[in-house]
Design a protein around this ligand. Structure first.
Ligand SMILES: [Zn+2]
Length: 75
């Protein structure tokens, strides 16, 4: 089961969930990460500036996707 990591860019709060957890957040299974980030609000500070990325085998191998999304490190 792929895990999805969430990180608040405002306060740094992190959480992770699995695809199975999506319905508990009112989201359809298979919801895209883009939709997920738009729907997610940080439970700690209330910020909507949250990024999501998939974790595979417990690593943050896809972390670079965060930079692509924010478009802050173009090459
Ligand atoms: Zn936060």
């Amino acid at each position: 089961m792929a895990r999805i990591a969430l990180e608040c860019l405002n306060c740094g709060h992190r959480a992770s969930l699995t695809e199975d957890d999506l319905p508990a957040y009112g989201l359809e299974p298979g919801t895209s990460l883009v939709t997920l980030t738009k729907r997610t609000v940080c439970r700690q500070c209330g910020s909507r500036v949250v990024v999501a990325y998939r974790e595979e085998d417990g690593t943050a191998a896809n972390r670079s996707l965060v930079q692509e999304r924010s478009n802050s490190n173009r090459r």
